[in-house]
Design a protein around this ligand. Structure first.
Ligand code: GDP
Ligand code: MN
Length: 417
């Protein structure tokens, strides 16, 4: 029985992008593979392609917010904190504010059910013209693995947590598989508009917005475009009130301008540092650092630590092609983390040569003056030579080819939590 935490990681890895975004915030924030645009960036892109959003300006100070308010000259305005997590409407600021004034938003942390407990610092707000909402629906376009192409997903019940709706009322979720070569058909856009409950002249308007959103999807190569709520106003306009556009690194090359918008300010510093060296770092709350190659091995390693009564402090994934410089940087990151009391290195040398890793390890340990005990489980190509490099190094390294044994020894070497 896997421990819930690693079960969560496993789910995060095997789920489709849409669910992944909702279920594992940790995952998307930590990986270089993901770019999640802020709402204002997503809305700017969408409006460039003719999608209807409210008039808005972006402000990063209370004064700018005031100016924006003047320029909008709207009957009523809405201020929206620009953080990646959803659930902002019901979030709480550490200034005490619940939904309101710009000076009590910018520079403060906003906690929602999708953020870490302490919340996320708000650096920018959208100042938008407030419109009345008559009805909220949900609309998303995403790359769907099961059909190897784009999928339109919608529900007449929007504004709500879509994952909960998928579980409680699956009959309220509508899908249209789109042929990547044919593009979205009029009939598909019309059917979706109807399924979303747009009536009379609103049906054509909604279908038109859906086609324009699909055009955005086609032009900017995202893994997902999500509009929740996709709404109608009492005046009879279909408007995208919220927007989330996410990318994976396949889009990095063709979409350089978009990737240049990523300021990574919402990442943990350690995660940005890891990403610079092509390492994936996931922070957990125990005291045993896991140093692995490959996500599957990361989960197996975390599980085996749990099964032996320990808790992982993190895992750092070297990925497929291991380079010596990477090994060094990985150690630097792990040894700089004060909660790490032992390191469990678990590498399977399928393509990589274990001796190269052993050399990387000993070099890094000497230069960084490794203070905590380290258990090394190396298996695979050239493992014998690797073992002898480690055992003759004179460093506090316990080497084994058995993962269970290595995990047990790591747990024995840390204080119990
Ligand atoms: P999220 O909770 O972080 O996803 O933020 P949203 O932008 O989706 O806003 C949450 C909810 O606030 C929406 O579902 C709407 O009900 C409401 N909302 C957002 N903007 C407006 C607006 O301009 N006018 C009105 N009437 N409601 C809004
Ligand atoms: Mn929303």
């Amino acid at each position: 029985q896997p421990h819930p935490r690693s079960a969560k990681l496993l789910r995060a890895l095997v789920l489709s992008p849409m669910l992944l975004v909702a279920q594992s915030q940790a995952f998307q924030f930590t990986s270089r593979r993901w770019l999640n645009l802020q709402e204002y960036q997503s809305k700017k892109l969408m409006s460039d392609y003719g999608v209807r959003v409210q008039r808005f300006f972006v402000a990063d100070s209370a004064n700018e917010a005031l100016q924006a308010d003047k320029r909008l000259n709207a009957k009523e305005i809405v201020l929206k904190a620009q953080i990646l997590a959803g659930g902002r409407g019901k979030g709480v600021f550490n200034s005490g504010l619940k939904g309101g004034l710009a000076e009590q938003m910018i520079g403060y942390n906003l906690a929602t059910k999708q953020t870490p407990k302490g919340g996320v610092k708000v650096n920018k707000v959208i100042v938008a013209e407030a419109l009345d909402i008559a009805r909220e629906t949900y609309l998303a376009i995403l790359m769907d693995r099961s059909c190897n192409g784009p999928m339109l997903v919608g529900s007449p019940q929007g504004g709500v947590d879509i994952e909960e709706l998928v579980a409680s009322n699956p009959e309220l979720i509508f899908k249209e598989q789109i042929g990547i070569f044919e593009g979205i058909k009029d009939s598909q856009a019309q059917r979706m508009a109807e399924n979303l409950g747009f009536l009379g002249p609103l049906k054509n308007q909604a279908a038109d917005q859906i086609k324009k959103l699909y055009n955005v999807f086609l032009k900017v190569d995202p893994s997902q475009v999500e509009v929740n709520p996709f709404s109608e106003t009492p005046e009879g306009q279909v408007v995208c009130f919220d927007a989330k556009i996410n990318f994976d690194d396949n889009a990095e090359f063709p979409q350089k301008n978009i990737f240049a918008m990523d300021n990574k300010s919402e990442n943990e510093p350690i995660e940005n540092e890891a990403a610079r060296y092509d390492l994936k770092h996931i922070g957990l709350d125990g005291n045993i650092a896991c140093f692995v190659n490959g996500a599957g091995l990361a989960m197996a390693t975390c599980d085996i630590i749990f099964l032996n009564g320990g808790k992982p402090a993190n895992f750092l994934d070297l990925g497929g092609s291991v380079k010596e410089a990477q090994v060094y940087q990985a150690f630097k990151l792990l040894t700089a983390d004060p909660k790490v009391e032992a390191i469990l290195l678990s590498i399977f040398g399928g393509i990589v040569n274990c001796a190269i890793i052993a050399n990387g390890i000993t070099k890094a340990c000497r230069e960084l003056e490794l203070k905590v005990p380290m258990m090394v489980r190396l298996e695979g190509t050239n493992v014998q030579e690797a073992q002898s490099i480690l055992s003759s190094s004179g460093l506090p390294i316990t080497s084994t080819i058995d993962l269970e044994d290595a995990a047990r020894k790591a747990v024995d070497n840390v204080s119990k939590k």
